[in-house]
Ligand binder design. Structure first.
Ligand code: SF4
Length: 481
């Protein structure tokens, strides 16, 4: 969650002058003031912090990885659960000490919590000088000028068309192999438990040409994997005001965009997140099946296994409908990895509803699952309509049961791969030793194997000889390309 960037300024600026995309390294000591940015929450927030870094760079601010050296401290916040917000408040308390030692420091809060609380943030957290919502990052330089004069600066206007399409994200903490590319912002679904539509606004799709340019630029600079990001990527829909590569005025759907990115090079792996079950089409599934370099992995949040609870969550599909979608995925892409999000303890959830969530997990046998207990978010439909009536102890017990069930499924999913051979994209050294490398399979499973002469960015054919609950262990057979 820190920013570290060090090399020459000239390359960066030339690229920025010429092309919109030059997301690489800069010598921070060349800058008059330095910023420190810390990000929390989903991949969209991390991608946004890269846009913020670029905007600040463009205005002569350099980055530092050490908040004690910073003139500006930014925290890019998440509001998805109460716990996420309390983490931010705790962190702000630590920054208070820094500000006491150096009153000249400016502190800014960005992201969803900033958007949810708006000016109230300034009353609740006196050390905060700037409150900036996810659609207002272009105004940061002006807000900093205001704050430098001692004013409190706020911009939490949501936009119907802001996508930062022309801003070259600066890759923070990048391994130089995989990168996030945001393709759309906001969400039009109104899941009753979710704060995102209120903190990130209405859905808008980014200009397809700018997405292609960014992916092409990343590939030309050695990146070998892009993850296309959006709250609900399947509803990506962009109508070209002009022709793209000779395709005239054809609306660009998500399936079309996936294909266009995949055609940049067979060496560029393509992933995407997040899908809403109601919007993932056969066209998308057949496109994934058609291109080897589009990964056979789909994150398909279900949230609950009970149709009654799904209705209260306003998820717009039933248990049966969701199961049919998972069947369809496995029919068209037999070895597809599937992961999900699950919430336990939603308003009025009965033991029977909970058992339905467990049995759905049993049926889908997810390779990966993110599981939480329900955390009421102020201002959401659920907070306005339903009582948060499941006791916390029950929520936690149900969550524990879910975690235990999934732990078993994920181990079985790993064990099933022992003896098989996979094409792995190397992302770097393993956490444990530099004698080993780590990377991921198409299905997004982590693989660790002895380094030999391979390196980051290589595609390696690895034979799996054993596994742990979270990692496949193998031996390299050859370089895939
Ligand atoms: S799809 Fe639902 S859960 Fe996901 S961001 Fe949109 S409103 Fe929230």
């Amino acid at each position: 969650m820190e920013t570290t960037l060090t090399t020459d300024l000239k390359t960066h600026n030339e690229a920025r002058q010429g092309e919109a995309f030059a997301p690489f390294k800069v010598d921070e000591t060349l800058y008059r003031k330095r910023f420190y940015i810390e990000s929390y929450g989903c991949a969209m927030n991390f991608a946004d912090s890269e846009v913020v870094a670029s905007i600040l760079h463009g205005k002569g601010f350099g980055a530092t990885k050490n908040c004690e050296e910073a003139d500006l401290i930014f925290i890019n916040t998440c509001s998805i659960r109460e716990k996420a917000e309390s983490t931010v408040r705790k962190r702000l308390t630590e920054f208070k000490k820094l500000k006491k030692a150096n009153p000249g420091i400016l502190v800014g809060v960005l992201g969803c919590m900033a958007e949810r609380l708006k000016e109230k943030f300034l009353q609740e957290e006196k050390l905060v000088d700037m409150v900036v919502g996810p659609d207002a990052y272009r105004s940061l330089p002006g807000l900093i000028e205001d704050a430098e004069t001692g004013q409190k600066a706020v911009n939490v206007l949501l936009s119907r068309d802001e996508t930062y399409a022309d801003i070259a994200p600066i890759r923070l903490n990048s391994n130089g192999v995989n990168a996030f590319v945001s393709i759309m912002r906001g969400c039009n679904n109104m899941c009753s438990f979710c704060v995102v539509p209120f903190t990130r606004g209405r859905e808008r799709s980014r200009d397809a040409a700018s997405i292609l340019n960014e992916c092409r630029e990343l590939f030309e600079n050695g990146y070998r994997e892009v993850t296309l990001l959006g709250q609900n990527v399947d509803s990506y829909h962009w109508t070209a005001p002009h022709s793209i590569d000779g395709i005239v005025d054809e609306p660009v759907t998500f399936a079309k965009l996936l294909e266009m990115v995949a055609l940049i090079s067979p060496l560029l792996r393509v992933r995407f997140s997040t899908s809403h079950p109601k919007d993932i089409t056969d066209e998308v599934l057949f496109t994934i099946a058609k291109y080897d370099n589009i990964c056979n992995y789909i994150h398909l949040p279900v949230q609950s296994g009970s149709s009654r609870v799904l209705q209260m969550m306003n998820r717009t599909y039933s248990r049966e409908w969701y199961i049919a979608k998972v069947n369809r995925i496995r029919e068209i892409i037999p070895d597809c990895g599937v992961s999900t999000d699950m919430i336990t303890g939603f308003c009025t959830e009965t033991e029977e509803d909970h058992q339905q969530s467990l049995s759905l997990m049993e049926y889908c046998h997810y390779d990966l699952a993110y599981m939480y207990f329900y955390s009421e978010r102020p201002g959401t439909l659920a907070a306005r309509r339903f009582a948060d009536d499941v006791p916390e102890a029950v929520k936690k017990r149900r969550l524990q049961e879910m975690v235990e069930l999934h732990r078993m499924h994920s181990l079985q999913s790993m064990q099933k791969d022992v003896g098989k051979t996979f094409k792995v994209l190397v992302e770097g050294f393993s956490k444990k030793t530099e004698a080993d490398l780590h990377g991921r399979t198409d299905q997004n499973k982590v693989v660790v194997f002895p380094k030999e002469n391979f390196q980051k960015g290589d595609y390696v054919i690895v034979n799996i000889h054993s596994c742990t609950a979270g990692t496949l262990l193998g031996k390299a057979l050859s370089c895939a390309i």
